[in-house]
Design a protein around this ligand. Structure first.
Ligand SMILES: NC(=O)c1ccc[n+]([C@@H]2O[C@H](COP(=O)([O-])OP(=O)(O)OC[C@H]3O[C@@H](n4cnc5c(N)ncnc54)[C@H](O)[C@@H]3O)[C@@H](O)[C@H]2O)c1
Length: 255
């Protein structure tokens, strides 16, 4: 894996949500490749178990656990696994998401609530489950927000609100739990995961053209930044929202 720093997370334990696919799977692979024991949390059990098995086959330590991040009892169960099997947690990567599209006045309140629960409230539940460990072990949280924390996305009011909320909550948690716990966010632009694969070649081409680098990002390129923020290399970084968007956002004012 390009840029991997062997042993950077040796002896550390990481939990990654939404780890069965896309950016979460890439993050789990990257943290494990750098020596962390990784707990993969997701609801896509078959995919998640497969990614964990692949990490183990590559020599890493990984365990998949079913966890609907919107359900507090699932977080408690994940904490039990961490306590009994790994001893404690050093890194939480809060990354899972759902999307329900629709103009604000048309979006069903149940869909709105589910998006906010999975994308935003999950971070609150994750903190409730693990902040004791993170404080004790001087750990960190990395949050996957989005460029849509900063820029509108027509047809996705709940998603954009959840991502803006995550950027604000990242700052808040950094203020609240420092100096013991660092908390930072990545704000990805268009990254080549299932979300984009479903949208067709034209949409992908348009998204690629909207970046300065002229292409979609690879999930591993976001994972590399997650690993940086989780590492001692970022020891003086907290409360930050770091764009990982191929320059998508810097052209938004251009004609
Ligand atoms: N791909 C992009 O272009 C892009 C851009 C900006 C931000 N992001 C953000 O990156 C993160 C990851 O996105 P991705 O593109 O890798 O998505 P993805 O669809 O590839 O993976 C999302 C994962 O979340 C899991 N998940 C869904 N609901 C869950 C729940 N209730 N509990 C636990 N897991 C659940 C899914 O099963 C899936 O494995 C998201 O927060 C997304 O908003 C992605």
């Amino acid at each position: 894996m390009n840029g991997t720093v062997p042993g950077r997370f040796a002896g550390q334990v990481a939990a990654v949500t939404g780890a069965a696919r896309g950016i979460g799977a890439a993050s789990a692979r990257r943290l494990a490749a750098e020596g962390a024991s990784v707990l993969l949390l997701d609801v896509a059990d078959e995919h998640g178990a497969r990614v964990a098995a692949q990490i183990r086959d590559a020599g890493g330590t990984a365990r998949y656990v079913h966890c609907d991040v919107a359900t507090e009892s699932d977080w408690r169960a994940a904490r039990e696994v961490v306590r009994t099997e790994f001893g404690g947690l050093d890194i939480l990567h809060s990354n899972a998401f759902v999307q329900h599209a629709g103009a604000a006045h048309e979006l069903d309140p149940a869909a709105w609530n589910r998006v906010l629960a999975v994308n935003l409230t999950a971070l609150h539940l994750g903190v409730r489950a693990f902040v004791g460990d993170l404080r004790d072990r001087r750990g960190c949280i990395v949050v996957t927000s989005s460029v849509h924390a900063l820029f509108g996305l027509p047809g996705s009011p709940a998603y954009a609100a959840s991502k803006g909320g995550l950027a604000a909550l990242t700052r808040q948690l950094a203020a609240e739990y420092g100096p013991q716990v660092r908390v930072n966010a990545v704000l990805p632009g268009p990254v080549d995961t299932d979300a984009w694969r479903g949208l067709g070649a034209e949409a992908r081409k348009r998204a690629a053209a909207a970046t300065v680098l002229g292409r979609l990002g690879d999930p591993a390129e976001v994972a590399a930044v997650v690993a940086f923020l989780a590492s001692a290399d970022a020891s003086y970084v907290t409360g930050a929202s770091l764009l990982v968007d191929g320059g998508w956002s810097v052209t938004k004012d251009s004609p």
